[in-house]
Write a protein that binds this ligand. Structure first.
Ligand SMILES: CC(C)(COP(=O)(O)OP(=O)(O)OC[C@H]1O[C@@H](n2cnc3c(N)ncnc32)[C@H](O)[C@@H]1OP(=O)(O)O)[C@@H](O)C(=O)NCCC(=O)NCCS
Length: 385
């Protein structure tokens, strides 16, 4: 007998070698490596190699991949024109979704679904998403896109193309770690979207465009943006406890808390918290950390009182980190997309290696056995919307 799982909670849709999300233990593991180890000891480029090829690169592998990233980063003028015509009048994630979709018009492998073509597209799409995100920020700010620099890492290029200056070592290291932490996360909603599209044997650009649209939502990638709006609304850390209680009293969720899989602390949150402390400790605005700390304490008390296990997630601390690094608030989710493009493309490749159409069922609960009345005799009703 079929069972109905609202939100597909607990459903295992297949096997993967890309990552393991151990919700009860609060562990995130990419290809056998714990996220704490990767964030401290490998660059985002190395993590991309791990996600796509199952192994961390040696120096020669990494040099070869870096060369491919550099070659892949530039974006055709036609795509920059798409951004020019959309970026100011749409949300940056909508602009990114449109631009990534348009990239297929300039990609020599667009309709080639062979493994080699998918591998080439994964590298290009990951590099290009960084270029597009920075271009969206520039154009929205009234400037012109800045071309990537071959001598910079992907993380440094993201900040350089966005802000017009090469970041210092700490800023580069922090963005690099944030990209690693967001690169992959099991069968999350956007990755599932990508795999569903790939399972129809649609092309990689279609799959990652679906994923970007899915990431945009405030219950998924859009939460980091909402966290920053919340932090900005709270004028002083002393007001944070009341803010949280009032919001919960109105039945609202506090953004940056809760997770479908982690029933304990999201392992990415403390890593980002440490990075935030390092960044803000060098003269940044400590208000965000103080306010965040009061929100965390109040949530713990309030959730304990309600008997719920709700902990901070990755977005709770990434918000103040991105804000301090000068990333515009409405571009936070785009930075998430830059990282997750590596995971999405890895999943598309894995799906296509051993494909079966993803096609769950729904339990029908609507009216039954009705017959059509001629239209002139029908009484108008509200319907079920
Ligand atoms: C992530 C999220 C969508 C997970 O959803 P889910 O697994 O469907 O969990 P539910 O929404 O069923 O939550 C279970 C209970 O905890 C409560 N809850 C969950 N997240 C909460 C939050 N952030 N603030 C307050 N209460 C929360 C729900 O209201 C629900 O209470 P109820 O049982 O009384 O109805 C959810 O926690 C959320 O909306 N968080 C805020 C958005 C966010 O930070 N997203 C980023 C995820 S990385």
């Amino acid at each position: 007998m079929s069972t109905t799982n609202k939100g597909l909670e607990g459903v295992v849709m297949g096997q993967t070698m890309i990552s393991q999300v151990a919700g009860d233990a609060g562990q995130l593991i990419y290809g056998g490596y714990h996220i704490e180890d990767l964030a401290g000891n490998a660059t985002f480029e190395e993590v991309c190699h791990l996600l796509w090829y199952g192994e961390l690169p040696d120096e020669a592998d990494l040099d070869a991949l870096r060369t491919r990233f550099v070659q892949g980063m530039s974006v055709d003028d036609r795509i920059l024109d798409v951004i020019r015509s959309t970026a100011k009048s749409s949300h940056p994630m909508a602009a990114l979704r449109t631009a990534v979709s348009a990239l297929s018009a300039t990609d020599p492998d667009a309709e080639d679904k062979s493994h080699d073509a998918n591998d080439r597209k994964a590298v290009r799409l990951t590099a290009q998403t960084i270029t597009l995100t920075a271009a969206i920020a520039r154009i929205r700010g009234g400037g012109d896109p800045i071309a990537p620099r071959a001598d910079l890492s992907l993380a440094a290029n993201l900040l350089y193309m966005m802000r017009g200056e090469v970041p210092d070592d700490l800023a580069e290291r922090i963005i690099d770690a944030a990209l690693t932490l967001h690169a992959e996360h099991g069968m999350n909603a956007s990755t599932f979207s990508a795999r569903v599209a790939a399972s129809t044997l649609a092309d990689m650009h279609s799959a990652v465009t679906a994923a970007i649209g899915t990431l945009k939502g405030p219950l998924h990638g859009g939460a980091n943006e909402q966290v920053m709006h919340m932090l900005l609304k709270i004028d002083r850390p002393e007001e944070a406890a009341q803010y949280v209680r009032d919001a919960l009293g109105r039945g609202e969720k506090i953004m940056g808390f809760g997770h479908r899989v982690y029933r304990t602390l999201d392992p990415r949150a403390p890593i980002l918290k440490t990075l935030a402390e390092e960044l803000l400790g060098r003269g940044g605005e400590t208000r965000w950390l103080e306010t965040s700390s009061v929100i965390q304490t109040t949530m713990r008390e309030e959730m304990d009182r309600r008997g719920k296990k709700i902990y901070p997630n990755v977005d709770f601390f990434s918000a103040s980190v991105y804000y301090t690094l000068g990333v515009p608030i409405d571009l936070f989710t785009n930075v998430f997309a830059c990282a997750r493009m590596a995971g999405w493309t890895a999943h598309v490749i894995e799906q296509m290696k051993d494909n079966r159409l993803i096609r769950p069922k729904a339990e029908y609960v609507g009216p039954k056995d009705r017959t059509v009345t001629p239209i002139a005799q029908r009484v108008s009703g509200a319907g079920h919307g």
